[in-house]
Design a protein around this ligand. Structure first.
Ligand code: URA
Length: 253
């Protein structure tokens, strides 16, 4: 037992600092406090790499909490939104040309930032959060989070050729280098499903340009495990706890 700690009336170990782990876990959506106590009892929760025992307190700003080996953000006030970005809305905090920004489409407080970016003329799913650590992992190339797009391209009635699809799959030479292998299919004539795990500027548009099929409409329909076919353009919702866990899982080392 560390200095300043004592057994409380409930028999749990208490110390002077931090918030009770089961309370913290319940706050971020892992269930009722009882359910969270059960998680801890089962040895599924670690704090700073050590299996936690019931009564453990955590400093939510600095301690690293994991459930089932997956690190989770527990600082109070973390929010995670999923926005369906419409066209002509800019993915920056402020636009010098006075255009609408994604920041204006979600609650102003707490302040959030977009995770990665979509071009003004690209639609679809965008995560916005104040969870800096998760945001960093989602955009860092080393984690290679998949992003899935539907690209409507200009083509003749025969659609996109097999040789162009093959090039898109295997890698296309762009002015900033060869693209990594991608998962590419033609869902219907001129509509491509493209899954990439890089995040270069205007990557999908440039890939399609490079093989001779310019993009007319581009929609992001998936970010790692996150999909939503019902969220209308311009609308946002909170990510569920399960979704946040899935994102953490997808970026676990
Ligand atoms: N690729 C693009 O070309 N544009 C986007 O907005 C995202 C991926």
């Amino acid at each position: 037992m560390s200095a300043g700690s004592a057994f409380g009336a409930s028999g749990e170990i208490e110390n002077d600092e931090g918030e009770r782990l089961q309370k913290v876990l319940a706050r971020v959506g892992w269930g009722s406090r009882r359910e969270c106590e059960f998680l801890i009892d089962q040895g599924r929760v670690k704090v700073n790499g050590e299996v936690a025992i019931l009564g453990r307190r955590v400093k939510t700003q600095t301690d690293k909490v994991e459930v089932d080996g997956v690190s989770i953000g527990v600082a109070p006030g973390l929010v995670h939104y999923l926005l369906n970005k419409p066209v002509d809305v800019i993915t920056t905090a402020k636009d010098t040309h006075g255009r609408q920004t994604v920041i204006e489409l979600v609650p102003l407080e707490p302040r959030v930032f977009p995770v990665g970016r979509l071009d003004a003329d690209t639609e679809g799913l965008l995560i916005m959060t104040n969870d800096g650590e998760l945001g960093h992992r989602l955009t860092h190339p080393s984690f290679g989070i998949e992003k899935e797009y539907l690209a409507h391209v200009q083509c003749g009635q025969n659609g996109v050729s097999e040789s162009a699809l093959k090039k898109l799959r295997e890698g296309v030479e762009l002015d900033d280098g060869l693209t990594s292998p991608a998962d590419v299919g033609q869902l219907q004539t001129g509509v491509l499903r493209i899954v990439i795990h890089e995040g270069r500027n205007r990557q999908v548009r440039r890939m399609c340009d490079a093989v001779g099929y310019p993009v007319e409409r581009l929609v992001r329909v998936r970010i790692g495990p996150i999909i939503d076919r019902t969220l209308a353009p311009g609308n946002w919702r909170h990510l569920t706890t399960n979704e946040v866990v899935a994102l953490n899982q997808a970026t676990a080392n």
